[in-house]
Design a binder for this molecule. Structure first.
Ligand code: BJW
Length: 286
């Protein structure tokens, strides 16, 4: 470590030790070193499709075969991936601190697999391994379905494969309850509400007392309402620590971590740890 990096880390450690209530907001960069691609920037394309254009209800209704192949490939990649040191460090912090909560935007299940205490882990954007029936008349929902592939036809949708073949509706996952509805992944697409229970639990945590610190790990902070938690904590007087491989890039996009110049408000982005989250998070949380 350079002397300035060591001083930054020491000042963070001192504040961490004095903090009682801590939030972590995590995103795709947390799982990057486990080999899972992020959404934006390099690696944000799947077979030449912008991942953002596949994560919408419109994309699913226009081309469920394409969208299911995207999610099937991601289920496979997530099942093959293993949690990294940052997932474990967050799980460990949760065990040490009862008033610590991780808000994850990730749907890959890696925090759970790192034994993060489940009552201190909120999945803002659902899970690749949840399924829901799309029929208006059916309420079927299922969690922790790790079957892969979900249908024999979806076996063609491997992360490795460059092939794209249209799968007729009959070859896509169907609801075991109503037997007619198409199933969809239990993730939150653009324009959809986040699970209310999850939002309520996060809100209750924030209103129960001042959050001293928010750890912002591997997220571009461009997707709301998740990104809004950073400002909410800052407005309460809490401090912000950012862990990102590319801090400059995100600043230039007018992201939240170097809020505008002048006041003490901006000063509340206190620490930036530029580099791989899998390296910095364990060092910072030890
Ligand atoms: C590393 C690293 C390494 C890389 N180490 N770092 C307010 C203002 C403007 C717009 C809105 C607003 N409120 C709502 C909206 C609309 C919309 C929105 O936010 N749009 C913006 C794009 C402008 N939001 C919504 O639609 C949300 N719903 C909603 O608001 O509903 C309202 C409603 C209420 C009541 C009824 C009905 C509706 C829903 C948002 C859902 C987002 N879903 C997705 C897909 C999930 C499923 C899937 O996985 O396929 O969630 S989109 C995608 O983005 C995914 C992610 O969780 C999310 C965030 O991305 P993340 O994790 O930050 O990844 P990246 O790739 O962006 O960044 C990675 C970062 O890691 C980078 O910074 C790298 O530098 C860094 N990095 N390697 C450390 N090794």
């Amino acid at each position: 470590l350079t002397p300035s990096a060591a001083a930054n880390l020491a000042s963070f450690h001192a504040y961490l030790r004095s903090s009682k209530r801590i939030l972590a907001l995590v995103g795709a960069g947390l799982s990057a070193s486990s080999g899972l691609p992020t959404f934006r920037g390099t690696g944000g394309l799947w077979r030449n499709h912008d991942a953002m254009e596949l994560a919408t209800p419109e994309a699913f209704s226009n081309d469920p075969s394409l969208v299911w192949q995207f999610y099937s490939a991601r289920r496979e990649a997530a099942l093959r991936a293993i949690p990294n040191k940052a997932h474990y460090a967050l799980a460990e912090l949760a065990r040490r601190m009862p008033e610590f909560l991780t808000l994850t935007q990730n749907v890959d299940g890696l925090s759970t697999r790192a034994n993060h205490p489940p009552n201190q882990l909120l999945h803002l954007h659902g899970s690749l391994f949840s399924l829901k029936c799309t029929s208006f008349y059916c309420d079927f929902q299922q969690e922790n379905n790790f079957t892969h592939p979900l249908t024999p036809e979806l076996a063609i949708a491997s992360e490795m494969s460059a092939l794209y073949a249209h799968i007729p509706q009959s070859g896509l996952p169907h609801c075991p309850k109503c037997r007619t509805g198409l199933l969809r992944p239990g993730v939150v697409w653009f324009g959809e509400a986040l699970p209310w229970r999850v939002v309520k639990t996060a809100d209750d945590f924030i209103s129960a007392g001042k959050v001293d610190l928010i750890l912002v790990i591997g997220t571009s902070g461009t997707v709301y309402p998740a990104a809004g938690y950073v400002d909410r904590i800052r407005m309460q007087g809490g401090k912000v620590a950012v862990f990102n491989i590319d801090v400059d890039d995100n600043e230039s996009e007018d992201s939240f971590w170097e809020a505008d110049s002048s006041d003490s408000y901006a000063n509340r982005t206190k620490w930036t740890f530029e580099g791989d989250a899998a390296e910095w998070v364990p060092l910072a949380l030890e």
